[in-house]
Structure formats: structure tokens, C-alpha cells
Design a protein around this ligand. Structure first.
Ligand code: FE
Ligand code: FE
Ligand code: ZN
Length: 277
């Protein structure tokens, strides 16, 4: 089982790798720059190279970098679209020093332009951002459908993927809290939801899973994460998720509300104990 959590990049890249090892993780996620806006963290290629070495030596699974929430590729304002596109391109260029990992992003908010328009804007943008031979697979995250969020349905994600040229560099990250919130009942019928994912998107595009319980009931479109086993999804649902043959080899990333990384350490230990392999 490959599992980790979201880590802070504030002490650098190698420090994240060491912290992951300390808490029993063999993958993790991190923001490619300050999520509350601001510039990119001073880019230290030596530090990244040191992390790359550690990942190799300790046999990490692929990492799942996370684009800042401030990016909105399908904004109704040109300046915001341009900012998101430029920043994502830069993030992906930096990630060439860590080839072989994932870069997850929220497809965006269509701001009343409608999701069909947004899907076209997003895929056009991805086609300008991505390049043949790039070392990273870009992941669209399944969203809860809060406000005008795009990516609330498998159909929306499929129509973006369909229009992206470089199919080998695009995929999906399934967030358990978000899909349940969006109206896919993984508590009562995980297998049925995965069959639907396969029919509409294709399971080969599923590359990573965000493991989060939900503070809100089914289909509430609120997006509030809860600790594993303490929300509406419940422990049994996670036992099924982490042992499911189509999911169990993917990197699992925790984004649960924890006071500190020791909270994640305990949650990782609990999930490893729930894993059957
Ligand atoms: Fe996310
Ligand atoms: Fe998530
Ligand atoms: Zn969320």
C-alpha cells in the first residue's frame, strides 16, 4: 500500500522527504507554491535533486504535487486565466527535476459561463501548457460541486480529457470526500461508482486517490474534509477503498484536518493496519 499526506514545503524539498519517512509515508503531496498566492518559493535545484535521490533510495511511490487553489484556468477574467496558465506551465517545468510524478489541480470555477464553455477553455489551456515528452502526468481532481466548480461529474472530466492531445500525460485523482459530496455513493456502492468511472472516463486514467472522510452527508456539495472514520463515509468505506483491486496500488494521499503531522502518522498507521496486503 502506498500512502502519505499533504506536507508543507516551507522547510524545503529534502525536508519533506525526511518528514514523510518519519511518519511512515511512501508518497506525499505538497503545494507547488504558496496556496494563498504570492510568488513561487525560491527554486533550489540542489534541494530538489537531494529529494529525488532520497525518493529513489527509499523506494517511494509517485508523489502527487498539488497546484495552488488560486489557479482558475476557466475564470471569466482573462487576467486570472492567464495567471493560472502561466503558473501551471512554470510549475510543470520545475517538476522536470522530479520526473515521474503527478501534478494534481482543481479544474476550476466556471463563474456562470457554464460548464460546457469551461471544459473547452480548460482543455485548450492544457494543450498549450503540456508538451510532448514531459515527465509529469497532470491530474484533474474530482470535485464536490461547490458553487460553479467544474469536475463535479465524471462526464465533465471525461470531456476535458477527450479534448486533451497528450493522453499519456493526463489522468484523474479521485477525492473520496468530493465524489461522495458530488453524489457518487461510494459508501453503499463503491464498485458501482468505479464501474461508472470506467464506463465514462476509463479506469486507466485513474492515477491517485485523496483519502478524506466527509463532515457532510451524501450529495451535499459542501467540501468539508473529516478525519478517516469520523465522518459520513466511515471506517468500513475506507477499508473497502484501500483494499479494492482497482485502487489498492495507487498512491493514497490524506488531506484530513490534523493538528500536526503526528496526526497523519497515526492515521497512516491505522490505514496500513486496515490494508490486507
Ligand atoms: Fe484538491
Ligand atoms: Fe482533494
Ligand atoms: Zn476538498
Amino acid at each position: 500500500m502506498h500512502i502519505g499526506c499533504h506536507l508543507s514545503v516551507s522547510k524545503g524539498y529534502l525536508a519533506m522527504g525526511r518528514e514523510a519517512l518519519r511518519i511512515g509515508a511512501d508518497t506525499f503531496s505538497f503545494f507547488t507554491r504558496n496556496p494563498r498566492g504570492g510568488g513561487a518559493k525560491a527554486f533550489d535545484r540542489e534541494d530538489i535533486a537531494a529529494l529525488a535521490e532520497l525518493l529513489e533510495k527509499e523506494d517511494f511511490a509517485p508523489l502527487v504535487a498539488h497546484a495552488p487553489y488560486t489557479y482558475n484556468l476557466c475564470s471569466d477574467k482573462e487576467a486570472n486565466r492567464d495567471f493560472a496558465e502561466r503558473s501551471m506551465k512554470e510549475d510543470l517545468e520545475r517538476l522536470e527535476d522530479l520526473r515521474g510524478n503527478y501534478y494534481n489541480f482543481h479544474p476550476g470555477n466556471h463563474m456562470k459561463q457554464g460548464s460546457e464553455v469551461a471544459v473547452r477553455i480548460i482543455s485548450d489551456s492544457l494543450n498549450r501548457i503540456m508538451w510532448p515528452g514531459m515527465g509529469t502526468v497532470v491530474l484533474l481532481e474530482t470535485m464536490a460541486g461547490k458553487g460553479t466548480e467544474v469536475g463535479r461529474s465524471f462526464e465533465e472530466l471525461a470531456s476535458i480529457i477527450e479534448k486533451v492531445s497528450l493522453k499519456e500525460n493526463i489522468g484523474v485523482c479521485l477525492d473520496t470526500c468530493h465524489v461522495y459530496d458530488a453524489g457518487y455513493d461510494i459508501v453503499l456502492d463503491l464498485q458501482g461508482v468505479l464501474r461508472e468511472f470506467d464506463r465514462i472516463i476509463g479506469l486507466s486514467y485513474l492515477k491517485a486517490v485523496h483519502l478524506n472522510d466527509s463532515k457532510n452527508p451524501f450529495a451535499s456539495h459542501r467540501d468539508r474534509h473529516e478525519k478517516i472514520g469520523q465522518g459520513y463515509l466511515g471506517k468500513d468505506c475506507f477499508t473497502e477503498v484501500i483494499n479494492c483491486p482497482s485502487l489498492r496500488d495507487l498512491p493514497f494521499i490524506l488531506e484530513t484536518p490534523q493538528e500536526d503531522n503526528d496526526g497523519y502518522r497515526d492515521e497512516i498507521a491505522m490505514l496500513r493496519a486496515m490494508s490486507e496486503k
